[in-house]
Design a protein around this ligand. Structure first.
Ligand code: ZN
Length: 133
């Protein structure tokens, strides 16, 4: 049976559904998951514990991956952090924050940088003091 364009058959339930009903996949040829979202959800619900267990067992691997990611993206992450301000437990990015918040965020970032510089200088002083002793 021919499947109409923009439609796809789910490999699990066999139903033909619009491609929008399928999640995206980086590994498959057409860029879509072979199972529809509904089947995926069902699978996830049924295997929640297994998936959690898998994650638990692969924690180290994930940590390793995270570490490598952080290493590779050090500058980007640092730049991202520079632009983030936490106010009342809410994170604001100065680049995406509403216009009226920007002056406050700018001040907060300035303060944050001052604190960082101060901390660095304190460390330097400590080092010097230890050398004198
Ligand atoms: Zn399905």
């Amino acid at each position: 049976m021919k499947i109409a364009e923009g439609m796809k058959r789910c490999s699990k339930c066999g139903e033909v559904k619009p491609v929008g009903e399928f999640g995206k996949s980086k590994v498959s040829k057409n860029g879509l998951q072979s199972r529809c979202k509904e089947c995926f959800k069902k699978y996830y619900e049924e295997n929640k514990e297994k998936i959690a267990e898998y994650r638990e067992n692969n924690k180290e691997h994930c940590a390793e991956y995270q570490k490598k990611y952080n290493e590779d993206n050090k500058e980007k992450i640092a730049e991202y952090r520079e632009n983030i301000v936490i106010i009342n437990k809410e994170a604001y990015n100065i680049n995406t924050a509403p216009e009226e918040m920007k002056p406050i965020l700018k001040k907060a970032i300035h303060l944050k940088n001052l604190k960082r510089d101060l901390r660095q200088n304190m460390n330097k002083i400590k080092e010097l003091q230890e050398n004198i002793r």
